[in-house]
Design a protein around this ligand. Structure first.
Ligand SMILES: [Zn+2]
Length: 157
């Protein structure tokens, strides 16, 4: 029996999820699927320039697994760029880390993924008294019970 895949933490969804070379019709296009966790690994390693150990910690996976993911991602991206293939970002065993916000005026509570900036006003009443929600049942400490590391949703596939 294969070992169950550990859920990988990612801090944001990509802005775009499909990249295609110009001038090649879809029917002739070969498509490569890059999973969301592979993209996150590349983001942490190549954009945030974290050491593998740190990056693995951020994704809640072992350093070896991180190395495998990043290697696989690099190969796919290189294949797409060099051979003119489309790159589709999809799926992966992931949990998105989200932040919770609360409106002081109407008590409305909502969640936003990391990396999207702080909301200016409440989506419900447009009030500006918006603050980061830290409720009593979720103590504000780092680690397992950190409210900022909640598992919120899984990507399909
Ligand atoms: Zn409100």
């Amino acid at each position: 029996m294969p070992r169950p895949i550990k859920v990988r933490h990612v801090s944001c969804y990509p802005e775009a999820n499909y990249f295609k070379p110009r001038g090649i019709p879809f029917v002739e296009l070969e498509e490569i699927v890059l999973s969301t966790d592979e993209l996150e690994a590349v983001r942490l390693a190549d954009l945030e320039c974290l050491y593998q150990e740190q990056a693995a910690g951020r994704m809640n996976i072992s350093r070896q697994t991180f190395g495998n993911i990043v290697r696989s991602a690099h190969r796919k991206i290189a294949d797409a760029l060099v051979n003119g293939k489309a790159l589709k970002i999809q799926g992966g065993v992931i949990a998105v880390e989200e932040r919770r916000f609360q409106c002081q005026d109407c008590q409305h509570e909502w969640r936003l993924p990391f990396g999207t900036g702080r909301p200016m006003d409440c989506p419900q009443c447009q009030g500006a008294n918006v603050f980061r929600a830290l409720s009593n049942r979720e103590p504000a400490r780092r680690g397992k019970n950190d409210p900022n590391r909640e598992r919120c949703r899984r990507a399909a596939g």
